[in-house]
Design a protein around this ligand. Structure first.
Ligand code: ZN
Length: 90
């Protein structure tokens, strides 16, 4: 197993989507390889940071404004369709 193969499997390893035998082989390589070990370490740090992150609260009334905007856009589209002159249509 070379470094490219190992690094291609690191995300699967992180999410525990690798069978036990494959996991053991990957971890043996990661623990013995500086480059892959460093990538594995960075990936785990990033994953932990992503787990801790939570999105900021949405501004008040954003859902109502979004619904109103969609309604406005739909009304505009509908009026655009109605503006077509019957004489243009054949
Ligand atoms: Zn390696």
């Amino acid at each position: 197993m070379n470094c490219s193969e190992v690094q291609a499997s690191l995300v699967d390893l992180l999410y525990e989507e690798v069978a036990a035998e494959g996991r053991a082989r990957l971890m043996a390589h990661v623990e013995g390889c500086d480059q892959c070990g460093e990538r594995w370490s960075h990936l785990r740090v990033l994953s932990a940071a992503a787990d801790r992150w939570s999105p900021p609260p949405l501004p008040r009334g954003i859902a109502e404004r979004a619904v109103a905007r969609v309604a406005s856009e739909r009304a505009r589209e509908a009026s655009r369709t109605c503006r077509v002159s019957p004489r243009i249509r054949s």
